[in-house]
Design a protein around this ligand. Structure first.
Ligand SMILES: [Zn+2]
Length: 182
């Protein structure tokens, strides 16, 4: 038996994700954290919709852990991975493998407006599609380096092809979701 006090603080997230998977194995979106602007149910429903649209054949094999974080906590989390000073709406990392991963962690800034939160979520799900299909591939570090075989280790964030793809698709996905959800 595991006693909560025995689990190191930094491992609690992993333990929660593990339990979420064990308790609800049929679900492929698990939401944690809170936001004053959206409910966990809205996040789950939007993420599920986006996954189906982006990965029509693969969506059932993909599992996503979405974490709603406060703006400051997110900035801290992000700056441990990157040194740029962007206002962070969200980010996505794989958990299992850097080659066509199936498990992902998405952080979303829960302090944004509902529309911005759901659009940021769509943006990050586009990155899930890129990783899951092997379009986006990284090696040793957390930084994406290759896109369709081309190395982009150094470059401008807004000019990365995976970001152009995500920015082009985020609003389309959000609008489609809003039409379908209502
Ligand atoms: Zn992005």
């Amino acid at each position: 038996m595991i006693i909560a006090d025995d689990i190191p603080y930094e491992m609690l997230d992993q333990v929660r994700d593990f339990l979420a998977k064990a308790i609800e194995p049929e679900k492929n979106v698990h939401v944690r954290g809170t936001s004053k602007k959206v409910t966990a149910e809205q996040i789950e429903s939007a993420a599920t919709f986006y996954l189906r649209r982006m990965l029509p054949r693969l969506h059932k094999k993909v599992r996503v852990f979405v974490k709603l974080a406060r703006s400051k906590a997110l900035a801290r989390e992000w700056s441990s991975r990157s040194d740029d000073g962007l206002i962070v709406h969200g980010f996505c990392t794989w958990l299992d493998s850097n080659h066509r991963p199936r498990e992902f962690e998405i952080y979303i800034n829960g302090d944004l407006s509902a529309k911005t939160i759901l659009t940021a979520l769509a943006h990050e799900i586009v990155h899930v599609k890129q990783w899951a299909t092997g379009e986006l591939k990284e090696y040793i570090t957390n930084r994406p380096e290759k896109w369709r075989g081309v190395d982009y280790t150094d470059g401008n964030y807004y000019e990365f092809p995976w970001e152009i793809d995500a920015y082009e698709n985020e609003s389309v996905l959000y609008e489609e979701y809003m039409v379908n959800a209502n």
